[in-house]
Write a protein that binds this ligand. Structure first.
Ligand SMILES: Cc1cc2nc3c(=O)[nH]c(=O)nc-3n(C[C@H](O)[C@H](O)[C@H](O)COP(=O)(O)O)c2cc1C
Length: 326
């Protein structure tokens, strides 16, 4: 292809990428009884009555002869957590179906599990479409779940986050400053999330500062007083020898060494058990707080929080990998 045509093709592709789509895997079975499938985002609805859908297949795809001959195919609308499956079915010549737990549709067409929706189709029409063949399927049966969909946009996988409805009085500026004030939102969410955990801490006789130390030791045991102080500096709480001595007195930790910043501290068995219990309680509080968020919203929220943590990081050292359950 000449530079000009290549540039044109690239720009055409990126213009098409502006159209956000879902991601599907289309499957069928060939005349030799082999399972065939590929990732396709050219899927679309065609007709409601009778129910019909379409998708297009590149003429150079290995699966073309199988789809041309097949009386049936199935379209699987992928869920947000099925990106790996999408990659697998977009890779030529890979063992696409190996290890998958399949169901079977008409003509033994392989059906994948865990999708947002599935359409089992009879091949109704085929149309010429340039370097693609357009397949129109008459939908014979379908099912769907409330799993959030995987999205493809601008050549990348994306998540669908629902927009908030536009308020009726959107012309008016927001009169309540605090409603959208990030520090207020983060602060309030953090304190409210901690309310239930605080009750669990009280049951163990632990202060928040003591809990912070225990949770760090749960992730990475055997630290000096000075290291703990540096790791927790961003919380505004200071880790002192006295704080650690109070954990030792309560049986949660052992202090090794004299009264200096290099004294080392390790969790006791009681300390480790308390950490595991409290981490489970924190996880339950998190699940409760997230229960009305979709998977996509929760992931986007965490990504945004990580970005804020990065931007505001005063230089806290990174933590090694957790050792809770070793
Ligand atoms: C998100 C995404 C969407 C795709 N959509 C299509 C499509 O609509 N039609 C198509 O022919 N190929 C599409 N492809 C490329 C095929 O999945 C890929 O070429 C696959 O390897 C073809 O398999 P085959 O050669 O074994 O038939 C897409 C790939 C990705 C990652």
């Amino acid at each position: 292809m000449s530079d000009d045509r290549e540039g044109h093709a690239r720009r055409f592709r990126s213009a098409l990428g502006a159209f956000a789509t879902g991601v599907t895997i289309v499957t069928t079975r060939d005349e030799q009884g082999r399972d065939i499938g590929l990732t396709a985002n050219s899927f679309n609805s065609v007709s409601l009555d009778p129910p019909m859908v379409l998708w297009s297949l590149a003429k150079n795809a290995r699966s073309l002869p199988a789809f041309l001959a097949a009386p049936h195919f199935a379209v699987h609308v992928l869920a947000a957590d099925q990106e790996e499956l999408s990659l697998r079915f977009a890779t030529r010549g890979s063992e696409k179906f190996s290890g998958l737990d399949l169901e079977r549709g008409p003509s033994q067409v392989p059906l994948l599990r865990g999708c947002s929706a599935r359409f089992q189709c009879r091949t109704a029409f085929r149309h010429e479409g340039g370097d693609h063949v357009i397949f129109v399927g008459a939908v014979e049966s379908f099912d769907h779940s409330d799993r959030q969909p995987l999205v493809f946009h601008g050549g990348r996988y994306a998540l669908a986050v629902q927009k908030e409805p536009v308020p009726l009085d959107s012309a008016e500026p927001d009169s309540s400053f605090s409603q959208d004030f990030l520090i207020y939102l983060l602060g309030r969410a953090r304190f409210q999330l901690f309310l239930s955990l605080r009750r669990d801490l009280e049951q163990h006789g632990l202060s928040e500062a003591q809990w912070f130390v225990l949770s760090i030791l749960g992730v990475s045991d055997d630290r000096t007083v000075a290291e703990l102080d540096r790791l927790l500096w961003y919380t505004g709480q200071r880790v002192t020898y006295e704080l650690l001595a109070s954990l030792t007195a309560a049986g949660f930790a052992d202090l090794h060494g004299s009264y200096d910043p290099n004294a080392r501290v390790t969790l006791t068995g009681t300390g480790r058990r308390a950490v595991i219990e409290l981490v489970a309680a924190a996880k339950a509080a998190e699940d409760h707080a997230e229960r009305n968020l979709g998977t996509a919203e929760a992931r986007v929220l965490k990504r945004a929080l990580r970005a804020i943590i990065r931007e505001t990081d005063p230089g806290a050292p990174p933590l090694p990998n957790p050792t809770y359950f070793e």
